[in-house]
Design a protein. Structure first.
Length: 361
């Protein structure tokens, strides 16, 4: 019988890790505190915008960009596979990405040239947008997926491949172990496995605070608005920390915030008005349109957007794949492959040292 791996957390990172492990022949169980692909959990996997690109990659480290570049290159194949094998849509489309000024033009172009990212400077932008001063940066290769669609298709794929889903199941925080063979739930059950992987996003530190005190992850709330304009944008728009994402069915997302408010996933009128003002400033035709929906999600905030993808140095069958901050979707294929390499004892396909867990001594 193949090794049994329990994945703690059923967001995009956890489910993509499960998919990778299934492909390698492991028996997999996912333990999820809510319901996988649920739109009411407050988690970031369904709530995010779905841009498969790290917004301003020239502002990030090469370690971050290594993960995001791999993911950006993998999603066309992943989404085609999910759609073929489940019959469900993923919302994957090539939208392109337009960065409006102000931005560091020289640094951005230099980065794109070094990383084989096609880039153009454009002065004539979509007529739906407000006039700009200076040139915009056009990245035509950037794609998007629609997280609620993607997660439903991914969940269905996992079910079809005999992954056990233990939903509405919450685990107790770990105590010190040399070897972890079973993890207790809050309702008194015991979950056994050969190896465990924590992919619990913003909730990871709560589970690991006794065994990984230096794990720097905290929830960061992001709020987003949804419009349905009669005439929509054809490309993703980014301006000074704010993005607008046109969906294939005519909807338009506008967001999002970065709020340090703990595990509060509520929405606020103040932020709604701020986001609406930014959206209307970029696309004036939104001014008299209703906001169709307003929601939030909790990202796993980490310093420099750097996740932890690592074996635990003291617990010999515990692994972490968590803390992807804004780029869980984009990084998920690479981080899933890396943690699977570590579990399998294979040579990691990228340098794993950048993502190692640091432990107090």
């Amino acid at each position: 019988m193949s090794e049994h791996i329990v994945i703690v957390g059923g967001g995009i990172v956890g489910c993509m890790t499960a998919m990778e492990l299934v492909d390698r022949g492991y028996r997999v169980t996912i333990v999820e505190r809510n319901q996988i692909a649920s739109q009411t959990s407050g988690e970031s996997s369904w709530a995010g915008g779905g841009i498969i690109f790290p917004l301003l990659p020239w502002m990030y480290s090469e370690s971050v960009n290594t993960l995001t570049a791999y993911g950006a290159g993998a999603y066309s194949t992943i989404c085609a596979r999910l759609e073929k094998e489940t019959g469900l849509p993923t919302g994957f489309i090539n939208s392109g990405f337009l960065v409006l000024p102000p931005y560091d033009q020289k640094t951005a172009i230099d980065w794109c040239n070094r990383h084989q990212q096609h880039v153009e400077l454009v002065d004539n932008i979509d007529s739906l947008l407000s006039p700009i001063e200076g040139s915009a940066l056009w990245l035509p290769q950037v794609c998007q997926a629609r997280p609620p669609f993607f997660m439903k298709a991914l969940r269905q794929w996992l079910v079809q491949h005999q992954v056990t889903l233990l939903e509405h199941t919450e685990l107790l925080p770990l105590d010190e172990f040399k070897s972890l063979r079973a993890w207790q739930t809050t309702d008194g059950r015991t979950i056994e496995a050969d190896k465990f992987i924590v992919t619990s996003g913003a909730w990871s530190f709560l589970l690991l605070r006794n065994v990984a005190q230096k794990l720097s992850i905290k929830p960061m709330r992001g709020q987003i608005l949804l419009y349905q304009p009669p005439e929509n944008l054809k490309q993703i728009i980014y301006e000074n920390g704010f993005y607008m994402i046109p969906r294939g069915d005519g909807y338009l997302l506008a967001g999002s915030t970065l709020e340090d408010v703990g595990f509060d996933s509520s929405t606020t009128e103040v932020v709604r008005d701020e986001l609406a003002a930014k959206a209307q400033g970029i696309m004036p035709s939104l001014k008299d349109l209703p906001i169709i929906k307003h929601w939030s999600g909790l990202r796993p905030g980490t310093p420099e957007n750097l996740p932890t993808i690592s074996a635990h140095p003291h617990i010999d069958n515990l692994y972490l794949n968590t803390g992807h901050f804004r780029y869980g979707l984009t990084m998920a294929p690479a981080s899933a492959r890396l943690v699977a390499d570590l579990i399998s004892g294979n040579q990691p396909f990228i340098d794993a040292s950048h993502f190692a867990l640091k432990i107090n001594v």
